[in-house]
Design a protein around this ligand. Structure first.
Ligand code: SAH
Ligand code: SF4
Length: 404
């Protein structure tokens, strides 16, 4: 074991996006002192190796994780089960830094939305949607998105950068902190998480996987894998890899009953068409030990594009025998979107065809309408000087539809 010293050996540094990187040994002696290491986004294994690297016992990781994620403590001096020398050393070399809240809005229906400022000047948002004794947090994974789905305002903003694991899990931390929800007995502020905010989670793979791990780790947020849902538009190779690393619930953004339509509205379909996506998603749930699991199929209804009865019939055929439930999302309009929300009747007709074909179908309900609480919305307002801003209304799944 390495001897304890008053400062961290410079084997770890954080890059400009706060990712922890190991310095090649050859560089250690000649490199200026590293900036502080942010422990917030580190998984149990990462924190254990962090402590091992500085000559401490692994179990320090468990103690520190509980302080960070159970107690909301950011000041190492408050971590009373660590010795004074270690507390001092951590204070000098490490930090627990959540992202900064730019603004917060509360809806009359209890939905709360945060615009979060991230390093480099970008904004992302997180939304907490209470529902009876549950509360679902919608979390962002990237600043913007590169996939350019035609009906998505985040896609129209383009891609700025990936969020770090600290910035992703930091959204959960912030939500709990915002309600002063750290004390035992207060009940859980966040009971479910959906990765349905800004960005394509599978394009920020490592940071998302680390964050999912923290969401489910008992030493962090301890959520059941059924209550954490990753939504993807279909980055198939990444989805194939995910099965080895995670077992959270899966939602796929299908939005079309055939490749011809999907090619038009979800450009990544040209690379990974529907058949490949469905089979990758099926493989993901097939390796899970829980055999009752299904894939949530997200289907945004766009008037005149994919909302006709014939599309519903084709979708029913496509998904015949597929282990899924279907979540219909009436399109949330925004200026110059080029799309229209279907009428209530059109939504009902579509829903009925699928119901009669024997599917479990839900229609996503609008929440936080008065505060424009859709992922990407506020960010659109702030960033968008041309008023191209997102106006798609918060339409979040009822928690029972994402839980499985
Ligand atoms: N990038 C991921 C997760 C974020 S988007 C994905 O695409 O799955 C979350 C969901 O909202 C996706 O199903 C997405 O297609 C849908 N969505 C995006 N813009 C929308 C809009 N304007 N109206 C309705 N649903 C929208
Ligand atoms: Fe990106 Fe998802 Fe929007 Fe497509 S729908 S542009 S993948 S955030």
């Amino acid at each position: 074991m390495k001897s304890r010293t008053s400062s961290l050996p410079a084997t770890f540094v954080v890059d400009k996006e706060q990712r922890l990187i190991r310095m090649p040994d050859a560089l250690i002696a000649t490199t200026a002192p590293a900036s502080k290491v942010n422990l917030l986004g580190m998984t149990r294994a990462q924190l254990e190796s962090f402590f091992t690297e500085i000559g401490e016992k692994k179990f320090r990781a468990q103690q520190v994780m509980k302080w960070i994620h159970h107690q909301g403590v950011r000041d190492f001096q408050e971590m009373t089960n660590l010795g004074k020398a270690l507390r001092d050393r951590l204070s000098q070399t490490a930090e627990i830094t959540p992202p900064i809240i730019d603004s917060q809005q509360d809806s009359a229906d209890g939905t709360r939305k945060w615009a979060i400022k991230v390093a480099g000047g970008g904004l992302v948002e997180a939304v907490l949607i209470p529902e009876g004794d549950r509360a679902t947090l919608c979390v962002s994974s990237q600043v913007g998105c590169s996939l350019d789905c035609k009906f998505c305002s985040t896609g129209k903003q383009g891609f700025q950068r990936d969020l770090t694991a600290a910035e992703i899990i930091g959204q959960v931390w912030l939500a709990i902190d915002s309600y002063d929800g750290w004390q035992a007995g207060k009940g859980r502020v966040v009971t479910n998480v959906v990765m349905m905010g800004m960005g394509e989670p599978l394009l920020n793979f490592d940071n998302v996987v680390s964050s999912l791990e923290l969401m489910c780790d008992d030493l962090a947020y301890g959520l059941s894998k059924r209550k954490v849902t990753l939504s993807t538009s279909g980055v198939v190779p990444a989805l194939d890899q995910l099965a080895d690393l995670s077992d959270v619930s899966l939602a796929i953004s299908l939005h079309a009953p055939n490749d011809a339509i999907r090619d038009q509205i979800v450009p990544i379909n040209k690379r990974y068409p529907i058949a490949k996506l469905l089979s990758s998603a099926r493989a993901y749930i097939d390796v899970q030990t829980d055999k009752k699991r299904v894939v949530t199929i997200e289907y945004t209804l766009l008037a005149g594009v994919n909302d006709q009865v014939e599309h519903a019939r084709e979708l029913a055929q496509l998904l015949d025998g597929y282990p899924c439930k279907i979540n219909l999302i009436p399109f949330n309009d925004f200026p110059n979107s080029g799309f229209k929300r279907p009428s209530g009747n059109a939504v009902s007709r579509f829903w009925k065809v699928l119901m009669e074909a024997g599917f479990i179908v839900t229609v996503r309900t609008t929440r936080g309408d008065d505060i424009d609480a859709a992922c990407g919305q506020l960010v659109g307002e702030v960033n968008d000087r041309t008023k191209r801003s997102a106006r798609y209304r918060a339409q979040y799944e009822e928690t029972d539809t994402v839980e499985g």
